[in-house]
Structure formats: structure tokens, C-alpha cells
Design a protein around this ligand. Structure first.
Ligand code: AKB
Length: 313
């Protein structure tokens, strides 16, 4: 079926690859990329592009009406580390953009919404390992608070107004096409760039800090998969736990050393250590497996091969 899709925040780490994947699937002309700044056409695939501020409801509504949009993927957000520096800006962006899109759904101007949540919804009192779908949350970061609130609003708009909103809690995402910006898990991308350029890396987290991570191809596949799932099978309308792998900085360094034997890692933890300490070390995603057949394909070995192989080119 022909549909018209709008990606808000198309130039970010996930948005760029998601735009490319959606254009590949639905045709370039049917996928409208938008962001507050221009992006990289080579990475997103060519197609319509709009400069759009996700917090401006009128501007968003105008683009939705003009292109007769059916589905919106809202990828614009301020991530954990940056949000600690600019709490009110983060709250404003992360919440108002979500309300704008949910209200378009409530007013029946769009049919379906994807909105990403994060492992940041969890906090210090959450069970750390194999964190269950439903558990104590109590996030202690600005970003985590915005994501947890967002989840509650998604669930509310679904049950109260019938909005078809779908969401996953992304772990740290590892990609070679676009760099992340302002997250606590960013080290797991930087380390590959530095390993190839300088054969050394100073990590801003401690050696034994285990965090849940995922290769970008898996994250994009999960996103397309939950959006393709039949309406009644998407039982959780807050957000699904999603898992692929879990590792520490010293473990990723060991794997990189297999490819670059003289690679050296050192540690200089900063304020991001406290954020990482409050997050789970691994995630139980059995609800996503059961409800819509989720299964990750990339482990740390395979991710490392992809990262080093592609960054070398
Ligand atoms: C971050 O580190 O802030 C993000 C996330 C885990 O949501 N990558």
C-alpha cells in the first residue's frame, strides 16, 4: 500500500539511517525527511526535505497537510549527556515535539506514530541485570525523566484517544555512517574511530561499566518491524524493552585488539559515569520477542567487524 511518511529529526544518528531504509522500502518520493538543519543526502538517499522545528505545531501541521502524511517517525531529541547541561531546553524539545505529534494523531491528521524511548527510563533502584519490561523506573537524568514521561503520555493517548503510537527503548546505538551526539553510550562509537586513527582511546567511563548496546542495522530493523506489526499485536503502548548485546569498555577494547593489536585504552571517567551507573547493564526483551517476533542479529564480534571494515574504507 502506498503511504506518505514524515521523519522528524532525519539528520541525527538514527534519523539518517532510518530515512535511507524507509526510502529504500517505500520509495524516495514517499518519505519526507525533515530536521532543524540540512542533512547529508548521500547517507539519507535523495528525496523531499523540509527544514522543520519539531516544537512548532503549526509548522508541523502544515508539512503533514501538504504532503498528506500518514505516518510520523519522531527522532528529534536531546540525549542524556547534553540534556544534563541544558535541562529546560531538553525538556522543551523532548516533550513538546512528542505532544505535537501525539496531538496530530488525536486529531486524526496522521494514522501512526513511531517515537523512540531509551534504557534511560530506568534508574538506580531498577534491577540492573536482565531488567524486566515492567519494573521500578525512577530515572535520575533529565533525558530519562523526559523519556519516562513520554512513555506515559504515549500510553495515555493510545488508551484515551486511540492514537496508534509505537515505541522501543533503544539501548546505546553503534553505527559507522553517522556519529551520535551527546549521549552516554557514545564511547562505543568513538572508540572505533580512535582505534583506527590513533590506535588509542581514553574512555569517559570506567573499565567495568556494562551497558546494553545494539548495532544500528538491528535498531533500524526493530523500528521497521514494530511499525509493520498488526495493530492488535502491539500490546505495550508505552515502550518495549529491546536488547542485543551488553559489554564493558574493557571488553570492547579486547575485541578491537584482535583486529588492531597495538590498540590501547585508558580511562578518565567524567560526569557521564554517574549517568551510566544509574542505567541497566542488560535488558530482558522477551515481550518484544513474544509480541512482534523481535530477535537481534549483531553481537559484539560482528559489530566490530562491521565498524572497523566500513570505517577503514
Ligand atoms: C544516550 O546515551 O543518551 C543514548 C541512549 C541510551 O538513549 N544513546
Amino acid at each position: 500500500m502506498q503511504k506518505s511518511i514524515l521523519i522528524v529529526g532525519a539528520c541525527g544518528q538514527i534519523g539518517t539511517e532510518l530515512t535511507y531504509a524507509l526510502r529504500d522500502k517505500y520509495g524516495n518520493e514517499n518519505v519526507i525527511a525533515s530536521d532543524i538543519r540540512e542533512g547529508n543526502d548521500d547517507l539519507m538517499g535523495s528525496g523531499p526535505f523540509e527544514i522543520l522545528d519539531a516544537t512548532d505545531y503549526d509548522a508541523l501541521e502544515e508539512v503533514v497537510a501538504y504532503y498528506e502524511i500518514d505516518e510520523v517517525y519522531l527522532m528529534a531529541a536531546m540525549l542524556s549527556a547534553t540534556a544534563e547541561k541544558f535541562p529546560m531546553r531538553a525538556w522543551n524539545l523532548n516533550m513538546n515535539s512528542l505532544f505535537n505529534v501525539l496531538n496530530l494523531g488525536k486529531e486524526k491528521k496522521i494514522e501512526k506514530i513511531f517515537w523512540p524511548s531509551s534504557i534511560a527510563v530506568f534508574g538506580m533502584n531498577t534491577p540492573k541485570s536482565d531488567t524486566p519490561q515492567s519494573t521500578i523506573m525512577e530515572p535520575s537524568t533529565v533525558y530519562g525523566i523526559s523519556k519516562q514521561s513520554g512513555e506515559r503520555w504515549c500510553d495515555y493517548y493510545h488508551h484515551k484517544f486511540g492514537v496508534d503510537v509505537r515505541s522501543v527503548r533503544y539501548p546505546g546505538l553503534i553505527s559507522w555512517k553517522t556519529k551520535p551526539g551527546g549521549g552516554t553510550t557514545d564511547y562505543a562509537v568513538e572508540i572505533y574511530h580512535k582505534a583506527l586513527a590513533e590506535a588509542k582511546y581514553t574512555c569517559f567511563l570506567k573499565a567495568d561499566t556494562a551497558l546494553p548496546m545494539m548495532f544500528m542495522d538491528d535498531a533500524i530493523r526493530a523500528t521497521l518491524q514494530i511499525m509493520d506489526t498488526d495493530y492488535e499485536k502491539v500490546k505495550i503502548r508505552s515502550s518495549y524493552n529491546l536488547s542485543a548485546m551488553s559489554f564493558t569498555p574493557s571488553e570492547i577494547a579486547e575485541i578491537i585488539k584482535k583486529h588492531i593489536p597495538d590498540f590501547e585504552i585508558s580511562y578518565d571517567p567524567d560526569f557521564r559515569q554517574a549517568i551510566a551507573n544509574s542505567w541497566p547493564s542488560s535488558i530482558d526483551d522477551s515481550s518484544a520477542q513474544l509480541d512482534w517476533g523481535w530477535k537481534a542479529e549483531f553481537d559484539l564480534e560482528k559489530t566490530t567487524e562491521e565498524m572497523l571494515g566500513n570505517l577503514k574504507k
